[in-house]
Structures are given as C-alpha cells and as structure tokens.
Design a protein around this ligand. Structure first.
Ligand code: ADP
Ligand code: MG
Length: 259
C-alpha cells in the first residue's frame, strides 16, 4: 500500500531460537486508530518494537514513509527510585528539548502542571501522561502505545484514552495501541488486529469480535464477555433494584484480565 505510513510484509522475528512473530502483514494509514489484542506472549510488544525499529526482523520487509516520525510509549519503563529526576529533565533525555517544546508536549498530554515534579512521585496516570508527552515531542505522524493503561484503575484508564482521542484530534496522527480493555477497543478503534504469533484475524471491531478465530483464541462463548460490548447503557442503575442477568453481568465488569 503506497499511502501507508508504515507497512510490514511477511515479517518474521526470532528471539533466540523462538519464533515470536511470523508472516505478519500489516499496513497503517494516516489518522487511523488500530488496536492490537492478543494473549500474553503473543508477540504484541515484539510487533510494536519491530515497528519502532528497536528490533530487526529476521525475515520480511518493513517500509516506512520517508521521514516518518513515530511517538512510542513502551510497556515498561523503569526509573531508578533513588535517582532525582524531574519531569522536565526526563523530557530532555536522551536529547535536549527547549522549554517551549517541553511545555507544549506536557500540555498536549494533559500534564501541563507536572513539569517540576519528581518522576518517582507521580501517580500511575500522571506517569503515563508524561510518557505520552515524551512521545509527542517530535510531533509524530503515528503514536504507538503498548498497554499504556496497564495498572491504572478504570476511571484513570478512561481518562487516559480520552486524552489519546484528544491528541489524535490535535495532531491528526495515526494511533496504534495494544490494549487489554476490549470495551475501549470496541468503542474507539477503526480496526482491531488479533495477534497470536501471527495475525489471526483483523477488521472492524464488530467483525473481529464475531470472528471464530478471535473467539477461539479468547475462549468466548456466545454469552461470554463479548456480549458486554453490545450492551447499551440506556437504563439507570438503582442499587435497590434487582438487575436481570445481563445487566448484572455488564455492570462494572470490565473484562480487563481475561485476555
Ligand atoms: P506480548 O507483548 O504479547 O505479551 P511479547 O512480544 O513480549 O508478547 O513476547 C513474545 C514472545 O517472545 C514471548 O514468548 C516472550 O517470551 C518472547 N520474548 C520477548 N522478549 C524476549 C526477550 N527479551 N528474551 C527472550 N524471549 C523474549
Ligand atoms: Mg507486551
């Protein structure tokens, strides 16, 4: 696809003697929101790290648009708790950025007031926003996020995704994310890719949700967790009122851990 920001053709990645990814074909277009879902160890992080050029594929081809700017929020970033490091200084690692650029990125990430704070004092949600700010420093064409809301509670995670939506609107960038939160996938993605070493199925969220490959991979029956996504919140919840089965099941049961 010539208009793709980035595309993979038959990409394989071996880690040691293990095949982490094989025959992955994928193209991301400008402005689209793509979510990758898959069980633990299915190669999601490996795929993202391959896209950002942190891992070289052992086979296949990667084509990036010339001068493509990528903003990457990794799954884990460990900061030594004994190291004094302000948010502002963190943004200048590894390459120095000026105050105006740093401030704009923090504002865009919803972290405008955190500049002087110590990295180790931030809450989970604040930390993720700072990582987001760092990913925005180079005004990316595509933002790549690896389980960015892992460890956040449900409202914190919803806030973070709202911030991503805002960023996408401001920057007009594509967003590629790995998420375990299927309700977000269903609501906010243009396309879902289901990965298990290779791409099992992909398409519009509704299409993937009903694909046999997807259901087999995640063990969902007809009345399983996926039923939640078709649930409409047209009613109010009264604590004294007995819910019927569907309502009781859908209330606050975000199937985060089930992937
Ligand atoms: P996911 O993000 O979907 O949980 P990963 O991409 O992290 O999966 O891992 C894919 C596979 O590659 C797993 O089997 C994992 O054990 C293996 N793997 C990933 N990184 C390494 C590494 N640095 N050393 C050895 N094996 C790795
Ligand atoms: Mg991972």
């Amino acid at each position: 696809m010539s208009d793709a920001l980035i595309s993979l053709k038959n990409v394989c990645v071996h880690i040691g003697s293990k095949v982490a990814l094989h025959d992955v074909n994928l193209a991301i277009s400008a402005g689209e929101i793509v979510t990758i879902v898959g069980p633990n160890g299915s190669g999601k992080s490996t795929l993202l790290r391959t896209l950002v050029n942190a891992i070289k594929p052992t086979g296949g081809q990667i084509t990036r648009k010339p001068d493509l700017r990528i903003g990457y929020v990794p799954q884990k970033l460990h900061i030594d708790p004994t190291l004094p490091l302000t948010v502002r200084r963190f943004l200048s690692l590894p390459s120095r950025v000026n105050d105006a650029v740093a401030e704009k990125a923090l504002d865009d990430a919803g972290a405008g007031d955190l500049s002087k704070r110590q990295m180790t004092d931030l809450s989970g949600g604040q930390f993720q926003r700072v990582l987001l700010a760092r990913a925005l420093l180079n005004n990316p064409h595509i933002l790549i996020l690896d389980e960015a809301t892992q460890g956040l509670d449900q409202p914190g995670s919803a806030d973070f995704y709202a911030q991503i939506a805002q960023v996408r609107q401001n920057f007009g960038c594509a967003v590629l994310m790995v998420s375990h939160e299927l309700h977000v996938v269903m609501a906010a993605s243009d396309r879902v890719i289901c990965l298990n070493g290779h791409i099992c199925c992909e398409g519009a969220p509704e299409t993937v949700a009903s694909a046999p490959e997807y259901r087999a991979l995640f063990g969902y029956g007809t009345h399983g967790a996926l039923a939640l996504y078709r649930h409409q919140h047209t009613h109010t919840h009264d604590e004294n009122c007995a819910h019927d089965h569907d309502h009781a099941q859908s209330h606050d049961h975000t199937p985060k851990a089930s992937l």
